[in-house]
Design a protein around this ligand. Structure first.
Ligand code: AMP
Length: 462
């Protein structure tokens, strides 16, 4: 998510902001600007750069905008589910962009439907618009606060009304959300920006001010910046997987540099899993910082033994005659010159189903490695996420169903080692709590409203 208030190039800044956070979702993207109280909306399926061109952005006039890139965790990948969602309400036009997953969305939806609400999409975000719409108050902030108080689960939101830009974060603080300012401002007033990750600010030259806090509703309007809090929890539940995999390494998430956290995770991993070996090889790109940490701690060289092709899109066409491993080789190519005859530690950020690791271990071995030791810079993935990270259901999580030895056997490594939960806590400096580690320890901070009893809606090809 990205949002901007008070800038003559609002749509272009939003475009750039979304470009920087494209890794957070590649299914669809959208921008809504506000020009003289009216919304200008453009959404499409695919990548930001494919949906917006110069001409479209020129037409998207207005000094405020919000944007979104989507990867679905509730509702299928279709244009009607693309965000921001927009509606014309009694209180004026409203657009909502949401990151996270609302665990009681189904219950709320049923209640709203029974009162006559008509839903257009199958995602969990639309309930917010309906709850705002049904609130009799003509104070939008009050409508929003009373609506958000009824949501459970993960939501970081950017909301654009005809009078204000709002940024709100659920009381657990599952998903990140940061506030920034452009140095120059516009017409004597500050230009505010909000984004899921600080890397978006770096690209547009905005200054990071602070995080939107768990339970905070921050808004900026003609009269300036304001903030109120809802249902604040004493114990937060920041998503640890943002640090493990999801966020960009050049972002500062929950006050910690993602790069430094991953490097620390690699260092602790090396300490927890002592072994004799020759070189450390990352699985690019997400394993790179952890492998650097592993190398620094062990004193063994870091080598780029696997090279990634960055131009592989989703629509890779398989050759007509089966070519062994082409699916993984198109993306990752092992280098014989580096690997041949070596005892190799391969470092990846996480192991979910084990199918990727199995292929990678096979490639490294086929390139002549004498030994392959797989090290994972996260604990075993034991439980699905219901808060906005798309993990497969439990039956497909290899660590939830098999022993360490049988996973090692499946991936074909000589040895396999994971980071401990305590080690990860240390890496994120979360020893005193404050993090959701449900995917690794099965402790869900909220009720799941029966979601764990139902098949998971979306399973991406990971
Ligand atoms: P696998 O063990 O084959 O299921 O895949 C693990 C790989 O997928 C790791 O290299 C991760 O970098 C990556 N990964 C982990 N979680 C996700 C996710 N939620 N979405 C996409 N890729 C992921």
């Amino acid at each position: 998510m990205f949002g901007v208030w008070n800038h003559p190039q609002a749509s272009r800044l939003t475009y750039l902001g979304l470009y920087a956070i494209q890794h957070r979702g590649q299914e669809s993207a959208g921008i809504v600007t506000l020009d003289n109280g009216a919304q200008i909306i453009k959404k499409g399926l695919g990548l930001v750069a494919d949906i917006f061109d110069d001409e479209t952005l020129n037409q998207m006039t207005g000094q405020a905008a919000i944007g979104h890139v989507r990867y679905s965790t509730t509702g299928r990948n279709s244009l009607d589910n693309a965000q921001p969602l927009t509606a014309q309400l009694y209180n004026g036009p409203v657009a909502v962009a949401h990151n996270g997953n609302i665990v009681n969305a189904h219950e709320l939806k049923e209640e709203l439907k029974s009162q006559g609400s008509i839903f257009h999409c199958t995602n969990d975000t639309e309930v917010i618009l309906h709850m705002i719409a049904r609130n009799p108050s003509n104070d939008l902030m009050r409508c929003l606060a009373e609506s958000l108080e009824r949501l459970d689960g993960a939501f970081s939101l950017a909301v654009l009304s005809h009078k204000s830009l709002v940024a709100a974060r659920d009381p657990y603080g599952f998903r990140p959300l940061v506030l920034g300012q452009m140095e120059e401002g516009y017409e004597g007033k500050p230009t505010y920006v909000v984004a899921s990750e600080t890397c978006a600010f770096d690209l547009i030259g905005a200054k990071f001010i602070r995080e939107i806090e768990p339970g905070e509703i921050f808004w900026v309007d003609e009269s300036g910046a304001h903030s109120i809090f809802i249902n604040r929890k004493t114990e937060g539940a920041k998503c640890v997987f943002e640090h493990v995999y999801f966020s960009r390494p050049d972002s500062v998430v929950f006050g910690e540099s993602v790069y430094e956290v991953r490097k620390r995770a690699g260092q602790i991993l090396a300490r927890e899993n002592k072994i004799d070996f020759d070189i450390v090889v990352p699985v690019p790109d997400s394993g790179v910082p952890a492998a650097l940490g592993f190398s620094a701690e062990s004193g063994k060289p870091f080598e780029l033994g696997i090279i990634r092709n960055h131009y592989v899109g989703r629509t890779f066409i398989q050759p007509q005659q089966a070519v062994r491993d082409v699916g993984v080789k198109i993306k990752l190519n092992p280098q014989m010159a580096v690997l041949k005859g070596k005892r190799v530690v391969v470092v990846d950020d996480s192991l979910v189903r084990g199918t990727t690791s199995r292929k990678i271990v096979g490639l490294v071995r086929a390139a002549g490695a004498k030994e392959v030791h797989l090290r994972i810079a996260a604990p075993p993935t034991m439980s699905p996420c219901y808060y906005g990270v798309d993990t497969p259901e439990k039956s497909q999580l290899i660590a939830a169903n098999q022993s360490l030895e049988s996973i090692r056997d499946f991936v074909g490594a000589d040895t396999l080692g994971y980071l401990s939960v305590e080690g990860l806590s240390k890496a994120v400096r979360g020893e005193d709590g404050g993090y959701c580690m449900a995917c690794f320890n099965g402790k869900y901070p909220t009720s799941l409203f029966g979601l764990d009893q139902k098949p998971k809606g979306n399973v991406r090809g990971i």
